[in-house]
Design a protein around this ligand. Sequence first.
Ligand code: ADP
Ligand code: MG
Length: 261
Amino acid sequence: MIKIEKLTKSYPGASSPALNNVSLTIPQGEIFGILGRSGAGKSTLLRSLNLLERPSSGHIWIDGQDITALAPGQLRRQRQQMGMIFQHFNLLHSRTVAENIQLSLDIAGIPAARRRLRVVQLLERVGLADKANAWPSQLSGGQKQRVGIARALAAEPRYLLCDEATSALDPETTLAILDLLVELQQDLAITVVVITHDMAVVKRVCHGAALLDKGELIESGSLANIMANPRSSLRQLLIEDGETERIFMQKYSVGQTKCVA
Ligand code: ADP
Ligand code: MG
């Protein structure tokens, strides 16, 4: 479980904080969405979860441990619990797919003798068994993101942090990657935190969500509770996004609510 307590982050020289007194709980074993406009503080929040950004104040508890209080050695181990994937995949273009993954295994301290087998297993896991020797430039966007996911899973993390992981992909590829995330969450019992500005992503895979605006937490909760609350801003955003509205409303038993097409 991730428990964020009164988290504030001010970047030097900025006129207002990127995150302002944000408290939020992300339940274990779920897919949790963090929504908000560009500049809302989503990436800052996600990067705080492995202390790539140091909070100005506040605490982050991961599995009962306050990570803001960890010594450097402990923090390195803690970071291995947090796999991360990105919008633009961040692959090394001068290395093959297998080498990209191998590097992460190396960093995670997996002994050399076990790396080759682990690469094969990870590539199978993400559906890229035949691409070990391909170069990133030879892959589609969806395939690149699959490599990103394989790499993020190298250290067998308990959490997968996804920063706009499907935002550079077409709708069909987005669905395939989302299905993969659901599969991983279920098979590996990991917790997945998904940053997105795409309501369709939330509707498709999230059990819970939070809305950020200008560094403030507007609301958070399970999708069931969000959908049951007529005054919820998140509910409003979700139902205004028309395309899959009917199915979504049925899923959450909202009944014959007016159609905001
Ligand atoms: P989002 O991911 O929701 O678009 P970010 O967390 O990237 O938002 O940014 C939140 C705010 O913090 C923005 O105003 C952004 O300009 C600012 N910001 C983000 N990263 C930095 C940084 N490294 N240095 C200074 N300001 C930053
Ligand atoms: Mg961002």
